[in-house]
Design a protein around this ligand. Sequence first.
Ligand code: SAM
Length: 251
Amino acid sequence: MSQQVDWAGWLQRWDDQQAGYLPDREEQFGLMLDVVERLVGEPGRFVDLACGPGSISARAAKRFPQADIIGVDLDPFLQEIARQAVATERVRFAEANLRITGWDAVLGEDPVDAVCSATALHWLDPEDLEAVAQTLAQRIRPGGVFLNADTMRLGPDEVPRLDALAVALRDEIWAESHAQGVEDWQTWWEAAAAEPAFAELLAEREARFADRWRGREITLTDTIQSFRKAGFTEVAVLGQVADKHLFAAIR
Ligand SMILES: C[S@@+](CC[C@H](N)C(=O)[O-])C[C@H]1O[C@@H](n2cnc3c(N)ncnc32)[C@H](O)[C@@H]1O
């Protein structure tokens, strides 16, 4: 299969598509790695959480050539792109479901220095996020860092007008990207579905996400509270556009 498929091309197409949803995605990734570097130096062990096809892993590998990088995700198709387009001796990818306790077994024994994630943890429900924060608190060494660039609602119950405003601003940003011709999520997945070589992996993906939870969306408050409760010593927002936040937590 790997001979016929342009894996790097699919990764690039993914990056282009995702940039429609996360304004300044490339800059955000750069900033995340800057923060890692400033807080922990060159990490020995770096985790790309819910890594998709490995976009952060690829950038982390360039920035931190000595780091051992592990990308974790449930999607077997996106993981295959990551394996084919990004994996090296120092960069590996593992399949795990963040909603199931014990997912962190794929990280091995040693503590990790930094965990980064983007546009992914909003797929979890607030209870899942709390559990993930607890797990990360056990896995990240003291002084290590967690960074997440993702949608975190301001809170329809807490600040209804500001929450609605942030969502409206977010929707305008998306609409503008797509009006300018950036491919959207659905079109990307339809294109993947049209590629016969991907059929098996996409069927497996479908099965794994059959019970994808769609309930209350994670808020910024959920995130801050989860990481404080888990024992992270400092938590803060380092950047925000509409409902997208760059959240940082030091263990
Ligand atoms: C929008 S993609 C973002 C991927 C990547 N972080 C990026 O920025 O390109 C969301 C990712 O979260 C992953 N994901 C969602 N729920 C998950 C779960 N329960 N366990 C592991 N990964 C999950 C999906 O498979 C998908 O790869």
